[in-house]
Each structure stands twice: as structure tokens, then as C-alpha cells.
Ligand binder design. Structure first.
Ligand code: CO
Ligand code: CO
Length: 322
């Protein structure tokens, strides 16, 4: 999207704290000395069959961009595409799922818009607030930082296996639990300790979003492939080749900017490029503050998390995977 928007006349204003130039998760606009507005929009096609669950996943994903900026969601609007030939009960279930997540986030769902379309699509436009001095962008990582990931990887691969009806129920439930987990606790910890940079991991996969952070911050990021949290069942499915096309698109887009150490297995590369649906936060913070954040997550965060790498001065490549 940013590549296309770059072709249009630049949007600048001293009140625009975060715009489109850093491929960030949301726009941030300063309203006054104490308040800035965060504005974001996200929607996609169903990743699971159950309409209520799909609504939950899509809403969780949309809210995530507010959390990635360190903000608090306050208002949400539905964006719906829905085929007129399908039962309205299905749409009701999707909206219920979304509405429940908005409520859980402490925000208000205040309306939306629906258009007739061949394939259902759902998501939210979310408005959040943040103190203008506390905005966390994806371009603030500093050499010496450590990197924390707050959800395990594998969601794209597991969704592919679900679609092929090749995933057992237990793992499927686990994947769904992760996709409907709000990033609110992850963001709360971030606000508490203060961090240098953050983004949420979605369609570009861990390496795609890490690349945007490294480039935006003018640093290089080292990813420790052995410390990546991975959802049970992901490795087996990746080894069987159940890897979504998006992972290969991410790979071909990024390849020139990554140095892979020799012994990184192909299935791990697939997992690092795997597009995530409603993934976790990827946080860069000074090493001396990381213990406090990890302690907070140990007590409060339900998803698996880990230190997954570090930030160094800009090297030949933006990303190094070892
Ligand atoms: Co995002
Ligand atoms: Co997004």
C-alpha cells in the first residue's frame, strides 16, 4: 500500500506524528499537548469456517495496530463485504464475534458500512488515543536493543493445514486461541517499561515486519532462529510443504536484504516468512529494561513469548538470521 501511496502527493502536517512514509501500523495525529489520535483500518477474507470465530479473529487483528503503537482503542467501525445470497444469520455471527472483541478491548463499536460482494470480508476501522510523547513507531529501534515477540509463529501454515482439513482439532483450537488473543496485555507491558519501537506481526511475516523496522530505524536486526516461539504442529506441516503462497511472496520480496547463516533449515525459513493472521507484537527495547517486561509477561501474558534477537548498527544487510 505504501508503495502505491508514495506515488501520490506527499501528506505533511506538523500535527501528523506518524504518516505513511515508514510503513507503520497506523497514522497518529496530535490533537493537543496531552492527546494524539491513532487511526487505522484492516479487513480480510475468512480464515476459518465458523463465522463467529472469524469475526473475533478479524477484530483482534484490526485492534492490534492500535496496540502496536502503544495506544488504547476507543472507537471502532465495522467494514463488511457480504454476498446477498448468504444467510444474514452468518453475518450476524461475524458481527457478534467482532463486537465481543471490541468490548473486551474496552472500546465502543459505533457503526459501520456493508457492501454486497462475492466473497465475505470483515474488519474494523479503529480509533485510539495515546499521549503524543508515548507514541511507539516501528522506526525507533536502537543498536543494543533486544527484540521480544509476544505470540508464537505458524499461523499462516496452520491456517493452510486447516483449509486442507489436515490439522487435528487440538492444534486447530490452539491456533484459534492465539489469533483471538488481543495484544492489549502485550501493549500494557510496553507502556509500563517504555520501549524504543514496536510493530505487530501480520501478513509480511516476522522477517517482513522486522525488515520494515530495521529499515525505518536505520539499523540491522539479528534474528535468533533457535529462540523463535513456534506453535505446536507448525514444523511438521511446514516440512510437509503446507506453506501458504504469501510466505514465498515475502521471501522473494525480502531475499536480497537478508543474510542467512548456513545452518538455518528451510522449514525454519518458511516459518520466518509465514504470513501471520492476528500475530503478536514485535518489540525493541533496551536490554536493561527487558527483564522487567519479561517478568510482567510471565505473570500476565497467556501466549508464548520470547526474546528472539537483537538490534545492531547497520550492517551490509538489514536482517541477519542465525
Ligand atoms: Co500492523
Ligand atoms: Co494492519
Amino acid at each position: 500500500m505504501a508503495q502505491v501511496l508514495c506515488q501520490l502527493p506527499p501528506v505533511t502536517s506538523e500535527k501528523l506524528l506518524v504518516g505513511i512514509d515508514t510503513s507503520d501500523d497506523a497514522a497518529v495525529y496530535k490533537l493537543g499537548e496531552d492527546t494524539a489520535l491513532i487511526q487505522t483500518l484492516d479487513f480480510f477474507t475468512p480464515v476459518v469456517d465458523d463465522p463467529y470465530t472469524f469475526g473475533q479473529i478479524a477484530a483482534t487483528n484490526s485492534l492490534s495496530d492500535i496496540y502496536a503503537m502503544g495506544g488504547k482503542p476507543i472507537l471502532a467501525l465495522n467494514i463488511v463485504c457480504f454476498p446477498s445470497c448468504l444467510s444474514m444469520d452468518i453475518l450476524t455471527e461475524i458481527l457478534k464475534g467482532g463486537g465481543d472483541k471490541v468490548r473486551e478491548a474496552g472500546a465502543l463499536l459505533v457503526g459501520g458500512h456493508t457492501v454486497d460482494d462475492n466473497e465475505p470480508k470483515y474488519g474494523l476501522s479503529v480509533t485510539g488515543t495515546i499521549h503524543p510523547d508515548k507514541v511507539v513507531s516501528n522506526s525507533g529501534a536502537k543498536a543494543g536493543d533486544v527484540l521480544i515477540l509476544t505470540k508464537p509463529l505458524g499461523l499462516g501454515i496452520l491456517n493452510t493445514a486447516i483449509k486442507a482439513q489436515m490439522l487435528d482439532e487440538k492444534i486447530q483450537k490452539k491456533a484459534i486461541d492465539i489469533m483471538v488473543s488481543l495484544n492489549n496485555i502485550a501493549a500494557q507491558g510496553m507502556n509500563m517499561t517504555g520501549v524504543n519501537s514496536c510493530t505487530d506481526i501480520t501478513g509480511f511475516g516476522l522477517l517482513g515486519h522486522a525488515y520494515e523496522m530495521a529499515k525505518g530505524s536505520d539499523v540491522s536486526i539479528i534474528v535468533d532462529s533457535e529462540s523463535i516461539p513456534i506453535i505446536e504442529g507448525t514444523v511438521e506441516n511446514a516440512q510437509m510443504g503446507l506453506v501458504p503462497a504469501g510466505a514465498y511472496r515475502n521471501q522473494s520480496y525480502l531475499e536480497d536484504n537478508i543474510e542467512f547463516k548456513d545452518d538455518v533449515p528451510i522449514y525454519i525459513k518458511d516459518i520466518l516468512f509465514d504470513p501471520q493472521t492476528s500475530g503478536g507484537l514485535f518489540i525493541s527495547l533496551p536490554r536493561d529494561r527487558s527483564k522487567e517486561l519479561l517478568d510482567f509477561y510471565s505473570k500476565n501474558l497467556k501466549t508464548e513469548f520470547s526474546i528472539v534477537g537483537e538490534v545492531v548498527e547497520k550492517q551490509d544487510k538489514y536482517l541477519i538470521v542465525r
